[in-house]
Design a protein around this ligand. Structure first.
Ligand code: G4P
Length: 532
């Protein structure tokens, strides 16, 4: 098969949602359709239960589960699908953001009772930064929820994206009868609790008596609704979806396996194949002859005795082959991988080759950090793997001076993995650790002690936000750094960062130093600024 045929067969995406909207349930239904699992309940939720936020054994157990479901592969209707899992817990949001850099599209799950929730906003922001195509699945239609037209308005308004329903519910909650699929013009009847794939009835005209038979007293309503939809919303345009401007919306109930197959069938038809990606040198096209890829996730501690790590690589172009030498651009070193793997549940498959869109796990003994590029010799670096400003900052204090080296090594490796961000205060050696959640500090402390034999304490400090700073005029930047030295730090790549202690202070700095640019993600070159 030619490389182009391999590329066309592939779809790589993630399911994202605010916790509890139904991401795990939907994932499971997809895997059942794809034959990757045989029974419901096989996919364990990787969410860390609220009650267990400081239980380390629970964290470790959950981490074990999440490596098993990090990357799920299945085949459906001759399409090779790679589904990347994203942690539901808010404290691991950064991990989710990074995973989104490795996909070509996403399915966003919304709970019809709750509508747009806090995490939904943030996830959508990240999708928007990269114009990632989004399909929305409104879940739990078997429960009394918001009025569907109100929900569409809420999605448009709060998520700042145009929406276009491609299916429409016939009543909701206890009287939910099914959906009318506007994309393939079929009616699907809902049977609560049924695991069977519902059969669609093709309808060329909504006046068809089949509508009355299925919808009963709601037949008039569905006819009016569809007329309204066709009148108010422009016809669905795949181009707008692919450019991230328009999100098609489906309604269903994941737990009842309803509306899922229709969405998956439509997803296969409209979702993007692995696409081109920017690097600091040029755009990389998937059908470029030479292999390229980047690391977007590192999963450590599979076996604490060996300090095993698995680096997850997204193939961007060419063909990856097992045992062949590839160039690690940052280290300027050639490396080969004898056991590249894909995972599902407890089983691990060693693969011989991989194509654009594929995600493979590479065993790593500490060579990789997030964002690293592998190539066939060319010196280029993939863009679009930003760090965001952390939300909680603490000073890392070494409590065992005899173990300074271990602490240094441990914190470097943990931050390479993306557990947290490390900032070193300018002109000093004070280490400031930034995370998106409290949980990470506990994880870091625990892992530094158990894996690196060092011990530490975290001191509270008053930092509100980290902004990467640049300035065309070097003198002005030097002046800023001199005056604000105690609030300036460098990140791991030696970029200058301003640590603002309040929004007010940040506003003052932006006003007082108009020549200095304050960036809210580490990837300021793309000018895709994000304010949370
Ligand atoms: P998440 O991964 O997004 O966090 O959500 P998850 O799939 O774990 O679903 C959250 C809860 O919502 C689960 O119930 C799940 O059974 C339920 N759920 C998912 N889809 C539907 C649906 O279409 N209709 C209804 N009524 N409920 C749905 P739970 O009680 O928290 O967990 P469990 O004990 O059922 O596993």
């Amino acid at each position: 098969m030619s490389i182009n045929q391999e590329i066309k067969k592939r779809r790589t995406f993630a399911i994202i949602s605010h916790p509890d909207a139904g991401k795990t349930t939907l994932t499971e239904k997809f895997l059942l359709f794809g034959g990757a699992i045989q029974t419901a309940g096989a996919v364990k939720s990787n969410k860390i239960k609220k009650s267990a936020t400081s239980d380390f054994m629970e964290i470790e157990r959950q981490r074990g589960i999440s490596v098993a479901t990090s990357v799920m592969n299945f085949e459906y209707n001759d399409t090779l699908i790679t589904l990347l899992d994203t942690p539901g817990h808010k404290d691991f949001a950064e991990d989710t953001y990074r995973t989104l850099t490795a996909v070509d599209s996403v399915i966003l799950v919304i709970d019809c009772q709750k509508g747009v929730e806090e995490q939904t906003y943030k996830l959508m922001e990240v999708c928007r930064m990269r114009d990632t195509p989004v399909i929305i699945f409104v879940n739990k239609m078997d429960r009394e929820g918001k009025y569907p037209f109100d929900l569409l308005d809420e999605l448009e308004e709060k998520l700042k994206i145009k929406v276009r329903p491609l299916s429409w519910p016939i009543s909701v909650g206890q009287t939910f009868k099914g959906v009318y699929n506007l994309f393939d013009q079929s009616l699907y009847a809902f049977t609560p609790g049924s695991e069977k794939k519902p059969m669609g009835v093709a309808i060329t005209d909504l006046a068809d008596p089949a509508v009355d038979k299925l919808a009963g007293q709601y037949a008039k309503q569905i006819r009016e609704d569809v007329e309204l939809i066709e009148g108010v919303y422009e016809p669905f345009d795949t181009k707008d979806y692919l450019s991230g401007k328009l999100a098609p919306v489906f309604f269903g109930s994941a737990i009842n396996n309803f509306g899922v197959k229709e969405m998956l069938d439509t997803f296969i038809k409209i979702s993007p194949v692995p696409g081109s990606r920017p690097t600091d040198k040029r755009e990389i096209h998937p059908d470029d002859k030479n292999f390229t890829g980047f690391i977007f996730k590192i999963h450590a501690n599979l076996d604490p005795r060996h300090r095993d790590r698995i680096a997850f690589l997204r193939v961007c172009s060419g063909k990856f082959e097992r045992g062949k030498f590839y160039h690690h651009v940052r280290l300027d070193k050639d490396m080969r991988f004898n056991n590249p793997a894909t995972f599902l549940g407890q089983s691990k498959n060693i693969i011989d080759e991989a194509y654009p869109g594929d995600v493979i796990g590479l065993y790593d003994s500490g060579n990789f950090k997030i964002g690293d590029t592998l190539s066939q010799g060319e010196n280029l670096n993939f863009q679009g793997i930003p760090s965001f400003s952390p939300e909680i900052f603490k000073e890392l204090v070494n409590t065992d001076p005899m173990k300074s080296k271990q602490l240094e090594k441990g914190i470097t490796q943990l931050t390479d993995e993306g557990v947290a961000q490390l900032f070193i205060q300018f002109g000093g050696n004070r280490k400031i650790v930034g995370t998106v959640g409290e949980l990470q500090f506990e994880v870091i402390q625990y892992r530094l002690e158990h894996e690196y034999g060092s011990s530490c304490r975290f001191n509270m400090i008053s930092v509100y936000k980290a902004c990467w700073i640049t300035c065309d005029d070097k003198n002005k930047l030097d002046e800023f750094v001199r005056f604000r030295q105690h609030q300036v730090a460098t990140d791991k790549d030696n970029n200058l960062v301003y640590l603002a202690d309040s929004q007010w202070m940040l506003d003052q700095m932006i006003k007082n130093y108009p020549e200095v640019q304050f960036h809210f993600t580490s990837e300021f070159k793309r000018k895709a600024l994000m304010e949370s």
